[in-house]
Design a protein around this ligand. Sequence first.
Ligand code: UDP
Ligand code: MG
Length: 312
Amino acid sequence: MEDVLSIIIPACNEGSVISKTAGYIQAIMTEADIRYEIVFVDDGSSDDTWQQVETLAEDDTRIIGVKFSKNFGKESAILAGLEHASGSACALMDCDLQHPPKVLIEMYSVWKEGDVDVVEGMKTSRGREAFIYKHFSNLFYYLIERMGGIKLKAASDFQLLDRRVVDIIVSLPERQRFFRALSSWVGFSRKQVFFCVEQRDSGASKFNFYKSAKYALSNITSFSSAPLQLVTVIGILFFVISILLGIHTFVSWAQGNSIEGFTTVILLLLIIGAMLMLSLGILGYFIGKIYEEIKCRPPYLVQKTLNRKAAS
Ligand code: UDP
Ligand code: MG
């Protein structure tokens, strides 16, 4: 049987580009003679994204639609796409044409030719980004690399996965996912293809500063417990400082000097207070994460599907 490539596209308020994206992919796939299906996951859009998917799906049964009951975030949309895809390989891409569809052909042939399970799209340039966004994302990748040991700076969600990797990722029990890190964590044989991040075709990025910061924080903590160790490091640091200060105080007392330093006391109190609060905050964040995880709520809810029965 011929292989089918499932192309998974999370879409949140992408009404302005969705038919263009689908059109491009259809043209490219037909030209390269690849059997495909496109899985659009409408992540709680408030514009006409779903109507567009409906129109597309009417004419073509290879267009599959999954509509969430509300916005569950890109990570959930990726998971839903993987769960609803049936191809022997699944490729993920953004809806805004920032991931050039042409690269899909290259990914497909790399997968087809070799014994490759994951074809990673690596960014050679990151496209135009706001100054502050660029620096914060660099910090984020640096932290992830240091804490989780996973290199993500050039990695993207633009990837092609073999069916066996898809099945593994989908069956993982965790709810709060970070796809890029998970796909790196599974291992298997991997190859990289390179692409330039294009300009967003139309519409605006769905990630504002607040959403990006939340996304970064949530991803760091769902992949690494290093921030907890940071608390220990701060503790050790302050212990060392307190010993040094203790010795200093003792020596000056032994020399007959009076113990002074009201300002030092106040400063120390403030610093230690702040550090304690920070540590509690980090602890609290992780406990919150555990709480979310043990509530066992589903990562997304499907309101409607097109051309495919809801995955059970
Ligand atoms: N997206 C989504 N849910 C969200 C935010 C984004 O499904 O809550 C999708 C969006 O429709 C797009 C992809 O994720 O297909 C990447 O989003 P965007 O282009 O806004 O992010 P950026 O490229 O600016 O990082
Ligand atoms: Mg984009």
